[in-house]
Design a protein around this ligand. Structure first.
Ligand code: FRU
Length: 439
């Protein structure tokens, strides 16, 4: 069946079959990146939510590991997080992997499960559910260890705000505060939070939102500020909205817990709720974007997240190629003021990228990229602010996706495309291109 899957990516994670949405419970331990995900094993549309599991040692090759958390009498298994409990704070065992997920039934409650074999199999906690609320939308628990307060913190997507909790044992949670009223974009439901401290001490609160994205549907906004273990304070004016990615296919993005060297490695679901259920793939629907390392930079007094392809991905592209392939990376340097980069095939299908130095923007036009008529809102031109001058971009192509990253991490655009034949022609005006393929 795989040779019939013209659009199955080569170096992106996809489920072998069935439906996938959000990445869940991601953690790193002993050289292994563990990815769980919202999985429907019974069909390639949303339903029967279960945690699928895949592992990788290099963030390029992924191995399917089964469905360690399946629906039970409390509900189906919605999104959540996992941590490595190295000092056994919960009493489930030293180095137990503790996952918290949303049990979705008439109401949404939070449940725990633990693993004593490094995340392969999980046992559900007998005291479930551990956390309930009055709000109908109360989900996607994200747990983090707070080194300053020596406590666990928890962020819950709660309607159009984020609720914060603290705990010593991961089982009993104390409500601390909530954040969101009046801040950022409120054109949709807030989902899939994350909270992390950056290298300069600042805290970033990630808040996925659907709909309300800059080009419609699902997207990832974030807030930069302070977190003292009790309260999140945003340092921007309430009306400021910051987006992590300006493409149309970047959602439910959260980071791996326990990543090495203090890294913040984020992984998006590479689709959009506007059309995720009708994209033209066969045996499965949706993959992840490439993993990306997050950092922080300042532009005109505001702090922003920098987004760079993870070093593991960069390392994998170590062979020069002489022509475009359907799974390659294009590096364009020396970008001039009105540079254009165009991918096309003999059928007249194309993706046109434009750098506009005067506007300080970089855009990706997929209006005529191939199959687009499965959804009215799929054809689109997405555009990112470049935060100053852009001089180098990295463009990752993998069968059905084009992901653009600024060389300095100042902007990113993640977009799906469905050409009826692979793009085999690259035309660059106002820059110098090198094509890289996988080793
Ligand atoms: C986000 C989301 C989450 C929820 C999950 C259900 O895409 O709606 O809020 O937990 O998907 O599959």
């Amino acid at each position: 069946t795989t040779n019939r899957e013209a659009y199955r990516p080569v170096y992106h994670h996809t489920p072998l079959w069935g439906w996938m949405n959000d990445p869940n419970g991601m953690f790193y331990k002993d050289g292994v990146w563990n990815l769980y995900y919202q999985f429907n094993p019974y069909g390639s549309i949303w339903g029967n939510m279960t945690w699928g599991h895949a592992t990788s040692r290099d963030l390029v090759h992924w191995q399917y590991e089964g469905t360690p958390i399946e629906p039970d009498d409390l509900g189906t298994i919605f999104s959540g997080s996992a941590i490595v409990d190295s000092s056994n704070t919960a009493g489930f065992g030293k180095n137990a992997i503790v996952a918290m997920y949303t049990s979705a039934a008439e109401s949404q409650t939070q449940s725990l499960a633990y693993s004593n074999d490094g995340g392969k199999t999980f046992t559900k906690y007998s005291g479930n559910p551990t956390l309930t609320a009055k709000e109908p939308d109360f989900r996607d628990p994200k747990m983090i260890w707070n080194e300053a307060t020596k406590e666990w913190n928890l962020v819950m997507a709660t309607g159009q705000k984020m609720n914060f909790y603290s705990s010593k044992d991961l089982k009993n949670w104390k409500y601390e505060s909530s954040f969101g009223e009046g801040y950022g974009c409120h054109k949709g439901v807030w989902e899939c939070p994350d909270l992390m401290q950056m290298s300069n001490g600042k805290w970033v609160l990630i808040c996925n939102i659907n709909p309300g994205g800059p080009y419609g549907g699902s997207a990832t906004q974030y807030f930069v500020g302070q977190w003292d273990g009790h309260q999140f304070t945003c340092e921007s004016k309430p009306e400021v909205t910051k987006w992590m990615d300006y493409g149309k296919d970047h959602y439910a993005t959260v980071t791996f817990s326990n990543a090495p060297d203090g890294r913040h490695v984020a992984l998006p679901w590479m689709s959009n709720w506007q059309y995720a259920a009708v994209v033209p793939t066969l045996q499965y629907r949706s993959g992840n974007g490439i993993p990306r390392d997050l950092g922080i930079f300042t532009d005109e007094g505001e702090e922003y997240l920098s987004v760079k392809p993870s070093p593991e991905i960069m390392k994998a592209f170590n062979k020069k190629a002489s022509s475009l392939g359907d799974a390659c990376m294009i590096e364009v340097s020396g970008l001039r003021r009105n540079a254009t980069i165009e991918l096309s095939n003999g059928k007249g299908e194309r993706v046109v990228m434009r750098y506009d130095a005067a506007e300080k923007s970089f855009s990706v036009d997929r209006m005529k990229s191939g199959k687009t008529d499965f959804s009215e809102v799929f054809p689109a031109v997405t555009s990112a602010p470049t935060h100053g001058k852009a001089s180098r971009v990295l463009i990752f192509i993998d069968k059905c996706s084009v992901e653009v990253f600024d060389g300095d991490g100042k902007f990113a655009l993640t977009n799906l495309v469905f050409p009826t034949k692979p793009y085999d022609k690259l035309s660059v005006k106002g820059g110098k291109a090198k094509i890289w393929k996988l080793k």
